[in-house]
Design a protein around this ligand. Sequence first.
Ligand code: ZN
Length: 358
Amino acid sequence: MRVVYSPRHRLHDPGFEVTGGERIPAYEVVGRVEAIREALDSDPAFSFVDPRAFGLDPVRAVHDDGLIRYLENAWTDWLAGGTGAGAILPDAFLHPALRAGMGDAPEPSSPCGQAGFYCFDTGTPIVPGTYEATRMACDVALTAAEEVFGGEPLVYALTRPPGHHSARSVYGGYCYLNQAAVAVEWLVGKAKGTVAVLDVDYHHGNGTQQIFYDRSDVLYASLHADPLQTYPYFAGHADEIGVGAGSGATFNQPLPAGTTDTGYLAALDRALDRIGEFGPAFVVVSLGFDTYGQDPIGSFALTTPVYHEVGRRAARLDRPLLVIQEGGYDVSTIGRNAREWLRGAAGLPSAFEAEVAS
Ligand SMILES: [Zn+2]
């Protein structure tokens, strides 16, 4: 199985985030992707491919120019503005109620104001290498999409930072550009057909949902922690089904804290049934391992063997699979869990069970 990977994700390494009012060490760290790379590198079933450069056009197809321009220039403008030093985080947000009944606010020229104009949380700092890393994540996903479009049945884009929380004109949730959405749109254009997204990250992929919410050619199916209790809080409810031509092409299943392998697989089967009915030309998986029982920011109770089964069931859709890495923050198990998922999707036996038995 081909794995597209670039070491340039290392350029993005903020080291901290602000969560629950506290400045804490970042969960989204370089070691996450490196742990996956090492686990796959030790397994002859996987071969690594370098990303190719696709330019900005595929990114512009899903993100507003203002957001792209902001991310590209944010660090230089921040330094030029003499505002802080270590990382960019907003101190004021464009909350919709602030402008209720007053029309849109113009984009501020202040670097702090711009951060609050384009960012929606305090967990997503920008550092000098952030733009290059998030652009590289798009090229990694697009290279994998091109391989799938060229006939590969299953390709894995080992991306970081993640992307599924970033919407058309706003970023957050450790995400900057949304590489899954970029790859989906590229595949829709190339195939002149439909694409389904299966989002199995612990969190709802509010960004991907927003980007395709009015589209009938992209099905977004997600199973995730209930947003009434869990980030991103303001999207991911079961009654969000799409709008206009996209009505019925969004399928959300919020799941309770403590969800077990059995409950998770039942929800997965409902999502797979919907994707099967949709009949897409390609399936893009937003893959997260923050569903794992030991994940430091998740509340589900999934075990390692279930990932092999989830991959196996996704492959039963019998559609080309483009798998894109999103979240998962237990660095000690993320490599093994990713390897299990991908081996399941590739029709290979579990390596974990063999290791436990020996
Ligand atoms: Zn997540």
